[in-house]
Design a protein around this ligand. Structure first.
Ligand code: SF4
Length: 86
């Protein structure tokens, strides 16, 4: 299982989650070229250790454990994974 960033991140890209993540698995970061063009931020499903630290710091409640991902946003699991070619 991994955590997933869903639709509320689109147009927000706050990056508080990036700072909270202990394993640096949320990208693109502000200093990465892809940050400007990316619609949202993504969690690497292989690197994520399921700690949940990113969830409470997100100002738009965009991050969910895979098991808690609302059905309407289920496709975001694949969207996150694809960014990392997973
Ligand atoms: Fe990073 Fe933990 Fe969030 Fe996974 S659950 S993205 S390891 S902060």
């Amino acid at each position: 299982m991994a955590y997933v960033i869903a639709e509320p991140c689109i147009g927000t890209k706050d990056t508080a989650c990036v700072d909270a993540c202990p394993v640096d698995c949320i990208h693109p970061k502000k200093d990465e070229a892809a940050y400007e063009t990316s619609e949202l931020l993504y969690i690497d499903p292989v690197e994520c250790i399921d700690c949940g630290a990113c969830v409470p710091v997100c100002p738009v409640s965009a991050i969910f454990a895979l098991d808690d991902l609302p059905e309407k946003w289920a496709h975001f699991a694949e969207i996150n994974a694809k960014y990392f070619n997973r």
